[in-house]
Design a protein around this ligand. Sequence first.
Ligand code: ADP
Length: 476
Amino acid sequence: MRRLPVISSIKNSVQLKFAATFLILIAALLAMLNTYPTIVSRDLVFSSKQASLQNQASVMSSALSTPDKLSGETVGEVISLLDLRNLTRVIVTDDEALILYDTNKFDPSAGRYALFSEISRALGGEVVCYSVYDGEAFSTCEAMPVVSGGNVVGAVYLYEYDSEQAKLISEIQKNLLNITLVLAIAAIVLMLIFSRALTVRITDLAKATRIVSEGDYDHKIEIKGNDELTELGREFNDLTQRLKETEELRRRFVSDASHELKTPLASIRLLSDSILGAENMDADTMRDFVNDIGDEAERLQRTTEKLLSLTRMDSMAGLDLERLELKSVVEKTLRLLAPLAVEYKIAISSDLHAGCFIYGNEDLVYRIIFNLVENAIKYNVANGKVKIKLRRKNESILLVVEDTGIGIPDEDLPHIFSRFYRVDKARSREAGGSGLGLSIVYDAVKLHNGSVSVEKRKGQGTRFVVTFPAYAAEEE
Ligand code: ADP
């Protein structure tokens, strides 16, 4: 028994891919949610702190900008007038980095030299400003030169240590982390539910494919939801239905074909047994028997030829097509059928317009015309008539074959193109028919993208109308 690739591995890989993609996406999203707001708020605090410190340093530096040499007292007086409550430490030095003023109560450094690089750089005329966030507090530093009369006469150093804002940011961070955790759990649960539902449906499809491939064409998938998988399920059910119909047709065809071949073979067997069994058969009777054997063999040959051309047409992928003028094909066919018409005492007339071109296969077109005209002759009455018309109508070419024959009963008309279908079996058999002629017509017309219809003629007889698309130069 043929097996499909292991379903669980399909399922796992789809589920895995789906879950992995989903998880990566969620992780990236949550990582951004966790870091981006913190970075933005940290940068905002940095810039607001730096602006405020820069402002205070500028005010101090311009207040200290006197032509006299800076001294501890003057600096103390100026500073007492300013509101510097937010600052952790304020240091003012003279132009030689000698500390004149320091707010550090625990280790006052006034009288010593300031060895910080910020102060040396400020004494060099630079404004130094930076902020640091260590997770617990914001430290911001600002160093600025004090300039008087174009000369650097000292430096101002401001330092702020703020744990309040840092606490706020770490609170926000904690909350974000909690939200992220809840979201991550919800996303994982949802992902599991979705991917499970998806893989269950894929597994159902794969299972159904296996069941059908094992020959159970009645198996159907339950259609649920309204998405691509639903569409796939619907397509699958349609396909199974078509497979079932094709399989039924194939079975019927094989059984009908064997039946059709069995009958002449049985006759041949019977006739030959009779010849062999009869002791003193006279030569005339024997010739009659052999003649009958020949007729049956001919019928067998005709049936097998028709069967072959039908099966060949079934597998015809690309037809050998060419530009065909139908008038000459009809005339050639009529010439070939003239002896049959004489035998059946049928008068054939034709009204064929020239210039009726199609893009077709000459052999198939010949078979279409031959089968229709042959039927019109065979299923006619003595001294009956057959008329063939060929016309161009807009973008179509019409071929009409009508007769004054025995006609086809209404209830048989819908089945007339089915394989092995015969209205009057005895008459068809007598006329050497097999019930395949019109199926060949139908298939051959379809291969030309045309259509064929049948109707009762007013009065008596039958009319077949074949429509071909007219030849258009671009088809080549
Ligand atoms: P067959 O080989 O029996 O002729 P066809 O497929 O050509 O098979 O035709 C199927 C049946 O349709 C015939 O058996 C016959 O009963 C009927 N039929 C076909 N053409 C005509 C017609 N022009 N007039 C009356 N009956 C027809």
